[in-house]
Design a protein around this ligand. Structure first.
Ligand code: FAD
Length: 387
């Protein structure tokens, strides 16, 4: 029997590809393998569920079984691939050797906690929320308290800020701790970050910026975070949102070209090993790992065409990132290299920042508050991410 095309990962990348490929090739054998429960869901909605008090089931659009049935795939859930043998075209799952014809690695990116988390606290009191199973565990801990929780969030990037706004809007007490002097430091110039900080504080969030967590202790009921200024924070639950790193270990161990930015691919999503492709948060496509949905969707489309026999290179447009902080909407298209200057206009928390080169050409932009309405106009004038 012919070995199937195998997709590793059932996130938006892996499932998106399966869906597009099935539409092009109704009879092709496809196997989808995932370490999690395999339910279909939109990851960006995880950080909007607590304000709406959404149970985890409300976020899953289809079960893994329904996906297998609809797309006529073999789906293996809670199955972790431990190694990959590109020469034999085999995956290792325990003692099992699973042959593939072509392989797509869509293993996403994993949270990077900056401190060790006691195994007894992990998924009970201290969490990362990077998939639906994580959301389930955190939701269960919140619900078990039967009162508004005190949640300490570590990290003020996109994920930390979104969960902070969402949990506060859901009635919980939120403290946000980060070493940077303003939130979203990788997306916004400092004045816009400060504007967002002001609105997060006005929404009731207790901000500890410019502060790092030095220790995490628990006395049975309370968790206590020690901060580097000597202060302490008490919390019922801790949410760690200090960034994600591409899950490139399998590919790296198998000798594929990788770096901290992910598994290296060309514009056709081909890795350095014949018959192996990489897609989504794990892939560094021609030097760029964007870790957002729009680049992922463009890559899915190109790879589905390539795998169906029409080699297609992916292009990324000038796509801004939309940060889901309703207390202060944010849109940003960060420049790829340091700009000559940021030109900042506006008042209060309604700000526009234009990143310009030495010839006053637009390299990127950031918008807060009411200024987010300029998103389309500025995106049209900004350079594409990958031409
Ligand atoms: P993942 O969804 O992480 O999927 C990885 C899959 O690989 C999983 O099924 C996992 O089980 C499987 N896997 C991993 N290792 C193995 C293994 N060894 N064996 C078998 N299976 C394995 N982007 C936006 O553009 N807009 C937003 O508003 C936005 N909001 C976000 C909010 C949050 C809270 C988060 C966390 C991210 C957000 N993003 C947003 C980013 C976006 O969601 C991701 O870029 C995208 O979902 C990544 O999809 P993926 O399929 O590459 O990875």
């Amino acid at each position: 029997m012919n070995a199937p095309l195998t997709i590793l990962g059932s996130g938006m990348a892996g499932l998106g590809l399966a869906r597009q490929l099935r539409a092009r090739q109704p009879g092709r054998p496809i196997t989808l393998i995932t370490a999690d429960g395999g339910d279909e869901y939109a990851k960006p909605l995880l950080s909007t569920g607590f304000a709406k008090r959404l149970a985890p089931g409300a976020l899953a659009t289809r079960s893994a079984l329904a996906v297998a049935d609809e797309l006529q795939l073999v789906v293996r859930t809670y199955t972790r691939v431990e190694a990959l043998d590109p020469a034999a075209r085999e995956l290792h799952i325990g003692a099992e050797r699973l042959a593939y014809s072509e392989l797509v690695i869509a293993t996403g990116a994993a949270p990077q906690p900056p401190f060790a988390i006691d195994a007894a606290l992990r998924h009970r009191r201290v969490f990362t929320i990077n998939d639906l199973d994580d959301y389930r565990a955190f939701h269960a801990a919140l619900t078990a308290l039967e009162r508004p929780a005190r949640v300490a969030i570590v990290g003020a990037g996109l994920v930390g800020c979104e969960y902070a706004n969402d949990l506060a809007a859901g009635g919980h007490g939120v403290a946000l701790v980060a070493p940077e002097s303003a939130p979203l430091a990788r997306l916004l110039p400092e004045p816009l970050g400060r504007a967002l900080a002001g609105e997060l504080a006005a929404a009731g969030i207790d901000l500890h910026l410019g502060r790092s967590v030095t220790a995490l202790a628990h006395d049975g009921s309370d968790l206590r975070l020690a901060l580097d200024d000597g202060h302490g924070l008490d919390a019922d639950l801790v949410l760690v949102a200090t960034g994600l790193a591409p899950r490139r270990e399998l590919a790296h161990a198998a000798g594929l070209e990788t770096s901290a930015a992910g598994i290296h691919t060309d514009r056709q999503l081909r890795t350095s090993a014949p018959g192996i492709y990489a897609l989504g948060d794990v892939a560094c496509v021609d030097g760029i790992n964007a870790m957002y949905v729009q680049p992922l969707q463009a890559s899915v489309k190109a790879l589905a065409a390539t795998l169906a026999g029409t080699p297609s290179a992916v292009r990324y447009g000038p796509w801004p990132v939309i940060v889901k902080t309703p207390c202060c909407p944010v849109v940003a298209l960060p420049p790829r290299t340091a700009p000559a200057r940021w030109r900042i206009e506006g008042q209060g928390s309604d700000l526009t920042a234009l990143a310009e080169d030495e010839n006053e050409r637009l390299m990127g932009f950031a918008l807060t508050g009411a200024c987010v309405r300029r998103k389309v106009e500025l995106a049209r004038a900004a350079p594409a991410l990958l031409i």
